[in-house]
Design a protein around this ligand. Sequence first.
Ligand code: CP
Length: 309
Amino acid sequence: MSAYPHRHLLGIEPLEPAHIQAILDTADGLREVLDRPIKKVPTLRGKTVVNLFYEPSTRTRSSFEVAQKVLSADSLSIAAAASSVQKGETLLDTVKNLEAMNPDMVVIRHASSGAPHFLARHCRSAIVNAGDGAHEHPTQALLDALTLRQKKGRLKGLRVAIVGDILHSRVARSNVWLLSKMGAEVVLCAPPTLMPPGIEALAPVTYRIEEALEGADAIMMLRIQTERMTGAYFPSTREFHVRFGLTEERVRRARRDVLILHPGPMNRGVEIASEVADGPASVILDQVTNGVLVRMAVLYLLLGGGEAA
Ligand code: CP
């Protein structure tokens, strides 16, 4: 049995702790490759990956591309906005046509929850979820976990506060699943309008940021996702910053060794003050570096080192 026995990576929810551990350990094992003068290994030579992005991305798409180049996979990236999707082609037709060119893997970001699962049922390629609607963003949670483990030496027993637009956040959902499975304690904090109904079943909830930050080993701030908002969820961005923003003052009152994470892109001055984003407790750019490692690990386990389940 492989350390990661699945054909796809669709989300964190279906994974067992051992599978998460396998991805994190593989990512750590690959770290030295990025420190070499020539950052290239032949591991995935002859494999082809399609990166299909129906939503904008800077970090996820570019780090998948870097990971594919380092592992010598051939890859092509398609942005839906510049493809025949604009002429009305369906998701399934698009992927079936791309599959006719014989790729081994499709990495997909889509605005609809469940789009990667739909492809996994209808396509023969390995499917990796690079973010589906407000559902999951598994590689983001994995890179967050890799960063926490790198900086704190463990995940078990850590207290992690996740603060911001929980309602629209696939990052929050994947992190709640991952951190809970790995024995960390999670607390969620948002205005009541940005807290999904029923989320208390997965993690404790508070509407006071001071309560969320008390004793936290790490604070994960989330972006206010105005592009997914259909109404007014809070009076103004200024008021949001006053009540829920991570300010220098709030960091000063937190643990001395607290870590500050943000998946990016950041709304500086809204959910996070610039001084905090660029301050000594911030590990936001470490998250980006670890994103390359996690995506290398996923590519390796699904295309090179894993067995088909
Ligand atoms: N964290 C994240 O998914 O960033 P991008 O939208 O830039 O990929």
